[in-house]
Design a binder for this molecule. Structure first.
Ligand SMILES: NC(=O)c1ccc[n+]([C@@H]2O[C@H](COP(=O)([O-])OP(=O)(O)OC[C@H]3O[C@@H](n4cnc5c(N)ncnc54)[C@H](OP(=O)(O)O)[C@@H]3O)[C@@H](O)[C@H]2O)c1
Length: 304
């Protein structure tokens, strides 16, 4: 799937449209999950310093490459800077040190995409972005970007003469479509990467400790509305998860489904055999509820 189903970032690097998400997978289970994902055909893995599972991703990568007979360069790896340590924002030097530590845990010389995970203080945000630009120049990151940044956060970076980010990883699914931010990113040539694509599913983050108050609230609303995605998925002969992921890639967003179950891992990659028609895409536009839910009560786009 990887050669046809990818999108080019302005850095010239190609990002596969389906990546394997690893948030909430414990480090000691991430090796097997990553290995299963690579065996199923994923060529894009998404992790972060915050997830505390980069070491597991690295182990799974080494085993998975060997098993699939492929090389490091065949897999696109994203990790993210957590902007704070000990309750204060990281400096530029600390940012570069964090990247080195991530590379070390992953067991690689460079990542394909390095992101600032979220916004905190303005001054440090600019200093951290300058450090990412340095990492891009030195080749430790083949592309750089941000996550959970809104248009004004990105304008601040550009206005200071720093490079335009190659990507912005944000919560995007039919309940949280962010049309204005997506239009802004398009105008700037920044690729929106969608996370939590499966949030409208009744099976989303049901394991104990994975759910928060806001999620619970929105899920009840979703059930009361008798999920329209279930019906739409039936019309297209796919699962509800495949339908939601298909909606993302049809909009041009790389998606990052996370699962620890091998059958779901395989299913979530098999999303290119159907096309949602214009009338249904238009109908889904009307289901936007605005706010995301992955971060609970905090809205990371307006925070910081
Ligand atoms: N930058 C950020 O701030 C940010 C925030 C959130 C997420 N992310 C990234 O995006 C990735 C994906 O987002 P996410 O983890 O929030 O959620 P997701 O991938 O949208 O959904 C994962 C949830 O859906 C379930 N699931 C997966 N496949 C399924 C299927 N085929 N049928 C039914 N249920 C299914 C999973 O359960 P099982 O595991 O039990 O299958 C899990 O509870 C993350 O892992 C992370 O890499 C980034």
């Amino acid at each position: 799937m990887t050669t046809q189903h990818e999108r080019e970032l302005t850095s010239g690097v190609k990002i596969p449209l389906v990546g394997f998400g690893t948030f909430l997978i414990p480090d000691d289970e991430t090796g097997t999950a990553t290995e299963n994902a690579l065996a199923a055909g994923y060529r894009h893995i998404d992790t972060a310093e915050l997830y505390a599972n980069e070491r597991g991703v690295g182990e799974g990568l080494r085993r998975g490459l060997h098993q699939a007979g492929i090389e490091r360069g065949d897999v696109f790896i994203t990790t993210k800077l957590w902007p704070q340590a000990q309750g204060r924002d990281k400096t530029g030097a600390e940012t570069l040190r964090s990247l080195d530590e991530s590379l070390n845990r992953l067991g690689v010389d460079q990542v394909d995409l390095y992101l600032i995970h979220a916004t905190f203080g303005r001054e440090q945000r600019l200093e951290q972005w300058a450090a990412l630009a340095e990492a891009y120049r030195s080749g430790k990151a083949r592309a750089i970007g941000v996550s959970n940044f809104n248009a004004s956060h990105i304008d601040e970076l550009i206005e200071t003469g720093l490079p335009v980010p190659h990507a912005n990883q944000i919560e995007l699914h039919p309940w949280s479509q962010k049309p204005e931010l997506v239009a802004y990113l398009k105008q700037k040539g920044i690729v929106p990467i969608a996370y939590s694509s499966l949030a409208p599913l009744s099976t989303w983050r049901t394991a104990s400790g994975h759910i928060n108050g806001k999620t619970r609230h929105m899920r009840v609303e979703g059930e009361q509305a008798d999920s329209p995605f279930k019906k739409l998925a039936e019309d297209y002969g796919v699962s509800e998860a495949q339908f939601l992921l298909g909606w993302g890639v049809q909009n041009g967003y790389p998606v990052l489904p996370k699962s620890t179950k091998p059958d779901r891992i395989r299913q979530n990659l098999d999303i290119f055999s159907f096309r949602i028609d214009d009338a249904d895409m238009e109908y889904i536009r009307s289901l936007d509820r605005g706010t995301g839910l992955a971060w609970g009560e905090i809205d990371p786009i307006t925070h910081g």
